[in-house]
Structures are given as C-alpha cells and as structure tokens.
Ligand binder design. Sequence first.
Ligand code: IMP
Length: 195
Amino acid sequence: MTTLLFATNNQHKLREIQDIMGNEFRILCLKDVDMDVEIPETQETIEGNAAQKARFIYQITGMNCFADDTGLEIDALEGRPGVYSARYAGEGCTFEENIFKILKELSGMENRKACFRTVICLIMDGKEQLFEGRIDGVIIPERRGADGFGYDPVFLPDGYRQTFAEMPAYLKNGISHRGRAAGKMVKWIKSEKAK
Ligand code: IMP
C-alpha cells in the first residue's frame, strides 16, 4: 500500500481521487495530518500552482505528496477562466456565480468549445513529476444535473449526452481531466516501484 498526502480538504476531490487510484493507494487529506494552513496558490499557470502547492506541503511534512490544479479553458473567452476558474466571479464566490458569469459571457456565441485541464504535481522520494489530463467538450447554455461540483452542470464532454453533473461518478472519473492525470500518476508510481 502506498500512502500519499493530497493537498486538499475538498471532499469531492478526495473521493474522486481515491476512487480513481484504487485501494493500492491510501490517500490522506490535509485534515488527516492536522494541517490547518492556507496553501499559497499565486502562480499564473496551472502547472505553476500545482508545483507551488505540492512543494509547500512537502516542505512542511516531508511526506510523499501531490497537489492538483485545474482550469476550465473556454475557446471563445481566449482560455478564460483558466487558472482563475475557482474565483472567476470574484474572491470567495460560489460555483453558481462562476457558472452564471461564463454563461453570460458566452450568451449569443456560437463557439462553445471548452476543455478542462488538470496538472498534478507529485513529490515522491524527493523526485518531482508533473502529470497532465485533459477532456474536451462544450459549454451548454443551461445547467443540467445535480452531481459533481464546480462547472459540471454546464460541461458536456465530447461524445457524451450527459453533462458531468448528470453522469454517474465512475463514468466521470473514467474520462475526466483529473481521472486522466491521476491515471498517468498511478502508472508512473507503479513503474518506479517495479524498478
Ligand atoms: P482546482 O484547482 O482543482 O481547485 O479547480 C479550480 C476550479 O475549477 C474549481 O473551483 C472548480 O470551479 C473548477 N473545477 C475543477 N475540477 C472540476 C471538475 O471536475 N468539474 C467541474 N469544475 C471543476
């Protein structure tokens, strides 16, 4: 069993990552190690933020750990909200307010193409590695579905009829940005262990 500390207290993400990585991995969140600190996230790219967060918790705990950062990149908005996805409608805003803002900006636009991109930075046995996962889709004009979080109700992945918020979790995890990035991380860890 490999134990890794994940730089999050978001229970949605924790559950998703644990499901994706399977029971060969024990994933701890910050609460599990009594870490109650604000993790800096001040970089201008998702790669930069993932690395900043992972290095920060590694310096404090010395544990094998990883951090992820995700952006929703919308073509017609020149890649926005991107690295600002969490706080697009303003500091401390809700998921609903973020959705409202992108739908307003996209209203009347024909090009609805978007992608979610996740970068995971893993620090294991002192080695730092980045893994990227991406899923393409479109932003639909109305919310559909009640599951998931964030922009899930308006993101329809290419080739599917259900939004991320309508899909069962196993289906979302199997194709999502985070699922793909975590899948690459699992593969890398297994190959390192086999050396
Ligand atoms: P984070 O960097 O993973 O915290 O993601 C930044 C923001 O992107 C979140 O606050 C959500 O609004 C959005 N986001 C990240 N992952 C997802 C997802 O799987 N579905 C929908 N929105 C997401």
